[in-house]
Write a protein that binds this ligand. Sequence first.
Ligand code: B3K
Ligand code: ZN
Length: 936
Amino acid sequence: MASSEVTEIHLKDYAAYPYDVENVTLEFDLEEEFTVVTATSVMRAKPSSIGAPLVLDGRQSFMELLAIYIDDKPVPSRLCAFNPNAEDTRLVVDSAALPADGAKFTLGVVTKFKPQDNLELSGLYKSSGNFCTQCEAEGFRLITYYPDRPDVMSVFTTKIRADKTKYPVLLSNGNLVGSCDLAGGRHMAVWVDPWRKPCYLFALVAGDLAVVESAFTTCTGKTVDLRIYAEQKNISRCDFAMESLKRAMKWDEERFGLEYDLDLFNIVAVDDFNMGAMENKSLNLFNSRLVLATADSATDAAFARIEGVIGHEYFHNWTGNRVTCRDWFQLSLKEGLTVFRDQEFSSDMGSRSVKRIGDVRYLRDAQFAEDASPMAHPVRPASYMKIDNFYTLTVYEKGAEVIRMYHTLLGEEGFRKGTDLYFERHDGQAVTTDDFFQAMSDANPGCDIGKLKNWYSQAGTPTVTCERVYDAGAKTYSLTLTQVLPKTPDTGGDQPKVAQLIPVKVGLVDAKTGKDMDVSGNVSVTSAGSTSTCVPVPGDAGSVVLRLNDMSATFTFAGVESEPVPSVLRGFSAPVKLAVTPALTADELLFQLAHDSDPFNRWEAAQKMAREIMCRAIRSTWHEGKTELASDDDAAEAIVADTAWGKFVDACKGIFRDAASDVVDRAWVEEALSFPGVGSLVQELKPVDPLAVHKVVKQFSKRFALACSDEIEACYATCKAEAAASGEYLVDETQTARRSLMGYCMALMGAAGHGGEDASELAAAAKTARNMTETVAALGALNRHPTAKSARDAAFDAFKQKWRDDNNVICTYLSLVAGNSGYGASPLTEVKATMADESMYSHKIPNKFYSLIGGFARGNTPGFHAADGSGYVFLADCLLAMDKTNAIAASRLAKPFTEWRLYDAPRQALMKGEMHRILKAEPSPNMFEIMTKSLA
Ligand code: B3K
Ligand code: ZN
C-alpha cells in the first residue's frame, strides 16, 4: 500500500464496539504447507446498536478467506465487503446478514495462510521449526477476521491439530481439557481459558520442545503447576527463570495481595521474537534471551534482566489481563503500572537504591531524549498511526514514574488501598487511565491528587527550578519551586500547559554535622494557587514531600539554626529536570557525596560533578561551526585543569578505598563512579558535535583511570582474590556487587591502556574467566584499550569460536563488536565484515539485528556519527532491508534518526538526508510514521 494512505487514529474518536462476543472457538489445522483456522464466535448486538454492521479486522494480503457464515449459512458476497483503504483490511458484514431482532448468532470464519513465510513475527509464525504466536497489539488479525481490539473480551476455546512427531507439544491459554490421537499420525489438544480476555492475549505454541517442571503453592493453598518450555539444547538453562517465577508469584501475594488464578502457568522460550516477552494469559512467550541463563552463558546483568522480565510478564496477569485496556491509547494503564511493579519486585529482591539509580539513569538518558524529540508524546497519547510505534519509553518508563508518584503521594498503605479498590471495581473489565486515577483517588479521600492526571496528557519533561534562600536573622530557610513545562510538537508546539502535581522529596543536611535536620515540624507554604502543601514522610523526620500543585510555591522551614546543604528531589521523586539556584558549589556537592543520607542524591552529587567538569571541557574545546576536533592532549588538558578536578579525584579515591575494604555497597560504588556518557551529555549541550563530546568522555575516563590507578588496581586485586577464594557462583548481592566492581575496574584499566601493547593482565583475565560476567568484563576492557589490538582480536576470536553455534550467546559477541570504537580503519568495517558472515548474522533474526545494528547505532559514537555520514547511510540501508520483512523490528531501531536535533548542523543535514531517502523508498506504515513525524 502507499504510505500516503496511512491515517491517524484519535483517542477522541473512541466508540465502543457494537457487539459482544460471548465465546469463541478457534480450531487450528497446522500443516507444513498451510494452516487453516476455523473461528466460531457466539455474538450478539449490544441493545443500543442493533442494526449496526459487523466490522471485523483482518489482513487480506496475508490470509485467504475461505468461508464466512452466520448461523451456518454462508454470507452472500453482496453482504460482505472488504474495506480496501487500510493495510489491516476490514471485513464488513452488512446488518442484513444478521438477526434483525438483536438475537444471538454464530459467526463462522475460515482462513488459510502460511505461517512459515511470516517474517513479521506477528500473528502465527514459525521459530526454529516450531509454531508460535505474537498477537499484541494487532497480530490476531493475521490469524482470522475478528474484532481485534482490547475492549472486546471473550472466553476462548482452542483446538490444535498437528503432526504428533513434529509437534508433540500443543499449548494454548487456560486449562488443557482434552487431547487425543488422530488419523495420519496427527494429534489434537483442546484448551479452554475460563477468563474472558481480549484477543491480543491469545497464544498458541506447537512444537518439539523440552520442559522443566516445578510447582508453586499459593497463599490459599492451591497448587499451580509451573512449566518452562525450550528447545532441548537449551533446557538446562531454564532453572534461574523458574526460581524467579516463584519469587514473583510469592511477592505479588505479599505486596499486592494478588494470587494466581489458574492451575498451571506456562512459559515458552523462542529465539525469534520482536521484543522481550509477552504476557498471554497463562502462556507467556519469551525471547529466549530473557529466559536462558547459566553462569557460563549469561552475565549478572542478564540474570537481573531475566528476573525483572519474568516478574513483569507474570505481574501482567492482574495488571493487564484481569484488568485490561479499553483501547491502545491506554497502554500505560497496564505497562506503566506493571513496570512500576517489576521495579519494586527487583528492589525488594536486591539493592533498592542501586535499582533506583539504574532505572533513573535509563529514564534520563533515553526517555528524556524521547520527550525532547519530535516523537515526544504524552504517557497517554492522543493519536497514532501505528500502535506498534507507541511501545515507548514514555509509555513504559515515564508511565512507571507516574505510578511511582502516586505511591510517593499516597504512601505504601494508601497506594495499596487504591490498587485494592481498582481490582475490586474493574476485575474483568477493559478500562482507562482515568478509571485507575479514580480508584486511587476514591480510596484516599483526604488526599487531593487531581493534578497528577495532567501527567497523562502533557508531553515533555518538566523542569523544576528551586531557589534557595537562608535568612540567618529569622532562622528560616525557604525553597521556591517553579515548574516549567516545555512546548512539545504533539500539541502543535504552542498550546499552553497546565500545572502538574509534582512531589519533591526534600531534606536539609546540617553543614556542620552532615546529619539530616529534623524537618518534620514547621513548614509554611505560600503559592498563587494556594494548593501546594508539605507532608511528612512516615518514619523519616529528616525528609518531607513538597507537593508542588501550582506553577510556583514557596516552602519555608522555620527554626533552621544554620544554613544547610539542601538535598532536593530525594530518590528522584518526580521525573523532572531539577535546577537549584544558586547551584550547589563543588564543595557542597562533595559534602553531599560524603554525607547525604539519601543514596540517590549521594550518587547524583558524583554524577553532577563529573558532568560539570566534562561539559566545561567540551565547551572550551568545541563551538558551533568548528569542524576540527581538539587533539586528545587538548581535551585531556581541559579536564585536568578544571578547578574541581583535583577535589573530585580525591573524593573518588576515598570511595575506591572504601569499596576495596567493603565498607560501602560496592554496587552503589560502581554506579557512583560510572559517569555520564555521550548520550546524556549531548542532551545538555545540544546541538553539538557528538565526536567532540565523545573525545572528552574518553579522555575523562582515561585521565580518571590514570589519576586513580593505584586505588583501582588495589580494588581490582582485592575483588579478584576474594572471588578466587569464594565457592560456588551465586547471583546474590555480595557476589554480583563484587563482580560489577571488578568489571568496572577492568574497564578503567582498559581505558588507561593498562599493560601496554600486551594488556597482559586483561588478556589473561579473558582466558581465565570463570563465568560470562568476567568474560564480558575482560572483552569490554580490551575493546576500549588503546594499544592492545592483537590481544583484543585474539580474545574476541576465541570467544567467537567457542560460541558461534549458540544463537543466544553469539548476540553478546555481536554487541561487543558493535561497541568497538577503538580499532580498525573505521569501526564500521568490523561491523560490516561480521554482517557479511552468514553463519553469524541475518536480518531475519531480530536479536541479531538489535545486537549488531542497534548496538552500533546506539553505542558506537565514532562509527555511527562519522563525519562523512557513512554510519547514517549504513543504518538507513539496514532499516530499509529489515523494513521489507519486519516493520516492527525495523522501526524500533529508527530511533537514533529521530534524535537528529541533538547534533551539529552538518550532521543534522546528513541524518535528514537519510530519513528522506527512507521515505522515498515507500517504507512500511510503521516507518512512515516515524520518519514523517521526525521530519515535521
Ligand atoms: N506487552 C508486551 C509488549 C507487546 C509489544 C507489541 N508490539 C510485553 C510487555 O510489555 O510485557
Ligand atoms: Zn508489559
